[in-house]
Structure formats: C-alpha cells, structure tokens
Design a protein around this ligand. Structure first.
Ligand SMILES: Cc1cc2nc3c(=O)[nH]c(=O)nc-3n(C[C@H](O)[C@H](O)[C@H](O)COP(=O)(O)OP(=O)(O)OC[C@H]3O[C@@H](n4cnc5c(N)ncnc54)[C@H](O)[C@@H]3O)c2cc1C
Length: 473
C-alpha cells in the first residue's frame, strides 16, 4: 500500500495536455523589424480568439501575433478544461458587479459558447469536448441546505438542473465526501482539452487565415508612434502597427492600468494514470451517462474531471497561492508542498483509490485575478491600444468573449456590447504591497475558516461582500 507521496513520486512536471506527440513545432521568433495593421501580444485563448474574430470580421486585416514562449504555454494550455457558459464567473458575481445586466450577460454567454463550439467544428478542431454540464457537490453536510436553495432558485428560473440527495449522489460519485449534489446541464458546457484548442486555433490562423505568428518573442515595451501608429519593441526587432491588443494575462505589464487591475495567482493540478474499469466502478464515476465535471461547493473548491482515457485531473482547493510581490517566476511551478496537499486531498475524496492509483503529471499555471473576478477590458491612445485580461478562474470560454471585446475596442466592427457597464466600468485597483499580500492572505484564511464552519462568513468576508469582493480564486 503506498501513500500520497509515493503516488506522486513519478509524476512529471508538465501539463497532461502538453503531450509531445501532439505539440506543434514552435514558429520561429521575430528576427528583424516588421509592420502590420494589428499586433496581438499573447498566444493564449484571448490572443488567438481575438486574431480569429478580427480576421473573420475583416479578412483583409494584416495581423501579427507574438508569444514570449510558445502558444498554449500560459493558463490556456494548463487549465482544467472546464468550459462554462458564464463570461462573468457565475451569476452571483454578475449580480454583484453589473446589476441590471444579468439577463443580457447571460444571453451573451450562451451565444459565446455556441459560437465557440461552432467555430471549432467549422475548422475541424477536435477539442475533445464533452457536454457533461457542471455538477456541484456538498462535501460536508453543513453545505447541503444552502446548496439546495441554490438548486431550487435555478430550477424555478427554468434552468435544466438535477438534484441528487445523499443516496443518489453516491450512485454517481461514490465518496465519503459527497453529501448531495446538483447538476446544471445545458447541452453546451462541460469539459475540453484546452491545449488542443490553442494549437487548433494556431494552425487555422497560420494556414487558413494568413496571420503571422512569432513564438519565442517577448514584447518589451509599447508606445504610440506619431498620431496614428504604435511602436512595439520586442526581443528580435520592432513592430510598427496601427493597433495593438495586449492579451497578456497576469504576466508583468508595462501598462500600469493593467498591472494594478490583475494579480497573478498560482493554481496547481495533478492527474492520475488512466483508471481501470474496476477502479471506476469503485468510485461509481465515469458511466457514459454520468461523466460529471465536478467541483465542490466550498469557497476553496476543488475541480475534478475525467479525461477521454479516464484519468482524473484534480486541482484547486487549498493549493491556490498568491506569492508576495507578483511572483510569476516559472520555478514556482515546482512546488512540492502544493502537490502533496493536492494528493492528500484527492485521497480524502477517494480513499478507495489510495494505494492503487498513481499520479503521472503535476503542473501549475497563473490565473489573472481581478477585483471583479471577470475580464477587465481597457483601451487608450485614442483607440490604438486595448487589452482584455483578468478572467480569474473561469476563462476557457470567457476569453473568447474577452478577445471579442478587445478587437471591438480597437474598431473591428464595434457593437452595442461596448456600451455595457460590463465593458465600460473600471475595475477597482488592487492595493500596493505589502497590503495586497496581506489582504489576499487574510481573505484566504477567512475562506478556509468559513468552509470549516459550513460556509458561515466572518466579519472580514462580510466586509468584502459589501464591497463585492468576496473571494480570490
Ligand atoms: C491551473 C489553472 C486551471 C484553470 N482551470 C480553468 C477551468 O477549468 N476553466 C476555466 O474556465 N478557466 C480555467 N482557468 C483560467 C483560464 O485558463 C484562463 O482564464 C485563460 O486561459 C486566460 O487566457 P489568456 O489568453 O488571457 O491568458 P494566457 O493563456 O495566460 O495567455 C497569455 C499569454 O501571453 C503571453 N505573454 C505575456 N506577456 C507577454 C509579453 N510581454 N510578450 C509576449 N507574450 C507575452 C504569455 O506567455 C501567455 O502565453 C485555469 C487557469 C489555471 C492557471
């Protein structure tokens, strides 16, 4: 019988999704000066979707995309692959941040995910999408009542939801940590393999839409050039363009408005070897009709799902970290304590698998957390420089919408969305260090305490709730 540390012993430090046999060859870096109409900085979902939507709106647009490492190396190629309909990190957050726009935002979210899936299909990108919805479980009895009320609210709003009481949930996911659950099933949301989306989009941009991509190319600075252009200094050369879109997540930015509105929060994940049928039977999860995409109802929630070959990816929980003074160093990915914590928590959820199942991969990635917990768009220099960053933990589908906002702010067929509070309202800036670190730390401790007390929120969380700032991951 091996314990959680042994189970992790051979786990490679690399996202499961970055399998060498499907990783495309990186494009050569910039080598000399270039000109274009639109420069996009960042080869994650935001940048890739922005390029694709700009090209579909204006096929003649001459676009360059640069990426400092390789496409899909940021959060977009490292996430859990939970594809959600929401573009604002859930309805509760929408109500708190953008009162009066809930219905409009919901409709835009549904339109966005539909268009996202249609686009993947149109270009033949196999993202391994499973429309399994999203299932939330109560991992302690104290949460059941509150969760049931949430379920009733969704049901009376006409949403397609299913309730599982304690006996029923154990038939779906057999764990001593499951006391009830409910599933939202809209036929669209579910799970994907995120890196396949990145690389599929990259291939379409290069081969079908004529976008030039330079990988291994870092933007060093960006400045207006004259009255109509922008000058971007990169490793490898200077790019002169009419417009620039920054799709740089929470990586350091020379623009103070971006720097102050998002902080880099590290999220870690581990992944098991493929489970055998016998192991799946033990946990009763994985039957064709119940391949749930799971998360628990806690503040510091885990998210876990099955892959096509029946591995379990497991992330979130207490392993989420903000490091003092905007730590984005790649070495922070190798954080043994975080992976051990995740493994311990995994076997608390599925003790039947302890001593039987090993982890093959472990990895971390940077979430851009904003004080409004959803995308922060912005524009300056008379509409020549725009950005879309800060989806917090829910950006797989929302980043396509972020890319849309970004290009519309730059004048690519602007629509009525630019009039919405959602787009126009500025995000509250994060306080400077050391207050930032102290505030995040205090909030995380308060969230852990609230989870231990069945969700009962203390004074600090109530204060943040009053400001619309109730959570951090
Ligand atoms: C571990 C983890 C799990 C997650 N799970 C989920 C999930 O299950 N569901 C969900 O909806 N969301 C999830 N998210 C969030 C989601 O992945 C992100 O919101 C989304 O991928 C953001 O996309 P992006 O393009 O804005 O950022 P990124 O994918 O990070 O792309 C930004 C890119 O910009 C590049 N860049 C930055 N600065 C420069 C520069 N100066 N020059 C050139 N290039 C630069 C970076 O290298 C990077 O590739 C998760 C995130 C993480 C980290």
């Amino acid at each position: 019988m091996f314990k959680h540390k042994d189970a992790l012993k051979d786990a490679q430090l690399s996202p499961l999704w970055h399998a060498p046999e499907i990783m495309p060859k990186p494009e050569p870096p910039l080598d000399g000066d270039e000109n274009c109409e639109l420069l996009i900085v960042g080869g994650g979902f935001t940048g890739l979707w922005a390029a694709l939507q700009a090209k579909e709106r204006e096929p003649e647009a001459d676009i360059i995309l640069i990426e400092q490492t390789f496409v899909g190396d940021g959060a977009s190629g490292r996430n859990g692959g939970f594809l959600s309909t929401s573009i604002t990190h859930g309805e509760t957050n929408t109500d708190a941040q953008f009162p009066g726009e809930t219905e409009k935002i919901k409709a835009l979210g549904t339109q966005n995910i539909k268009e996202l899936l249609e686009t993947l299909e149109r270009y033949g990108i196999d993202a391994r999408h499973e429309a399994c919805g999203a299932t939330t479980i109560a991992s302690s009895p104290e949460f059941v009542e509150e969760m049931y009320e949430e379920f009733l609210g969704a049901e009376s709003a006409g949403e397609p939801v299913t309730w599982y009481d304690q006996n029923a949930i154990k038939e779906e996911v057999n764990s001593p940590r499951c006391f009830a659950g409910y599933k939202r099933q809209d036929g669209l949301s579910g799970v994907v393999d995120p890196a396949r989306i990145c690389w599929g989009l990259k291939s379409v941009l290069l081969r079908e839409l004529g976008v030039r991509i330079f990988e291994g190319t870092r933007m060093i600075s960006v400045k207006p050039a004259g009255k109509t252009g922008m000058r971007t200094l990169c490793s490898g050369g200077v790019i002169q363009s009419h417009k620039v879109l920054l799709a740089t997540n929470a990586f350091t930015s020379s623009i103070s408005r971006i720097r102050n509105s998002v902080i880099p929060v590290w999220d870690y994940q581990i992944c098991t070897e493929p489970l055998t049928d016998e192991q799946l039977n033990k946990i009763k999860w994985g039957k064709p009709e119940s391949r749930h995409a799971l998360s628990n109802y806690n503040n510091m929630f885990h998210y876990f799902r099955l892959t096509r070959d029946n591995r379990i990816t497991w992330g979130g929980g207490g392993a989420v970290r903000y490091y003092f003074s905007r730590g984005i160093d790649r070495n922070l990915m190798d954080a043994p304590a975080r992976y051990e914590q995740l493994a311990t928590e995994f076997f608390e959820m599925f003790p039947q698998l302890e001593g039987e199942v090993r982890f093959t991969h472990r990895w971390g990635g940077i979430i851009a957390t904003s004080t409004r917990f959803c995308v922060v768009p912005g524009v300056m220099h008379e509409g020549r420089l725009a950005w879309a960053v800060g989806y917090t933990g829910q950006g797989v589908s929302a980043s396509r919408f972020g890319g849309r906002i970004g290009i519309e702010l730059l004048g690519y067929q602007p629509s009525e969305i630019l009039k919405m509070k959602f787009v126009r309202r500025k995000a509250l800036p994060w306080p400077p260090e050391p207050f930032r670190w102290m505030a995040v730390k205090m909030t995380q401790l308060a969230l852990v305490r609230a989870d231990r007390k069945g969700g009962k929120r203390g004074l600090w969380l109530k204060f943040l709730d009053a400001l619309g700032l109730g959570f951090t991951c």
